[in-house]
Design a protein around this ligand. Structure first.
Ligand code: PRP
Length: 182
């Protein structure tokens, strides 16, 4: 039985749920990229837990690289401009790229990154998002090809997702108690 962190009110995705998601997305990528040697691009830091599991669920040759991004100030965030803190080590010209993220919230980060990578002459750029946050009346600027699951508009932590850099190490995705962040 999973021990619930005292700051978490309930579990949204259990370890079993996560295992099923990872297996399904890994099988889809294996099927689609069998002879393509895709480059898996993990966006630090949140995606690190998902990508570590996903990589092992992909049963075909593939490579991994990392990017780190940071949003500019709040005002600029709405424009979707992000600062590249760490760029790829790999030349992606002619490569099939899969960008892996832990969460699509506004979708601005992924939208910006996809556009940026597409300017570098890759064979293709697709996105795998572990979660998509469903926000009433909001249509994100991008629809990932691979989606782990949709989640309600709650403050969630765990499995890579943080609040003030904490809780990334929880093995499940849980809803943070409001008193923790208010
Ligand atoms: C989170 C997440 C995505 C982004 C999603 O990163 O990992 O990169 O926010 O939000 P968006 O869809 O509204 O653009 P964060 O900036 O919290 O950094 P982290 O990955 O280090 O947690």
């Amino acid at each position: 039985m999973t021990k619930l962190h005292p700051d978490v009110s309930s579990i949204l995705l259990s370890e079993e749920d996560i295992h099923e998601i990872v297996a399904r997305v890994g099988a889809q990528i294996t099927e689609d990229y069998r002879d393509k040697n895709p480059l898996i691009v993990a966006v630090l830091r949140g995606a690190v837990v998902f990508v570590a599991d996903l990589l092992r669920a992909i049963d075909c040759p593939c490579e991994i690289d990392f990017m780190a991004v940071s949003s500019y100030g709040n005002d600029v965030k709405s424009s979707g401009v992000v600062r590249i803190m760490k760029d790829l080590n790999t030349n992606i010209e002619g490569r099939h790229v899969i960008v892996v993220e832990d969460i699509l919230d506004s979708g601005l980060t992924l939208s910006y990154l996809k556009d940026l990578l597409e300017q570098r002459g890759p064979a293709s750029v697709e996105v795998a998002a572990f979660t998509i946050k469903d926000i009433d009346g909001y249509e994100p600027p991008l629809t990932p090809r691979y989606v782990g699951c949709h989640i309600p508009n709650e403050f969630i932590v765990g499995y890579g997702l943080d609040y003030a850099e904490h809780y990334r190490n929880l093995p499940y995705v849980g809803i943070l108690k409001p008193e923790v962040y208010s």
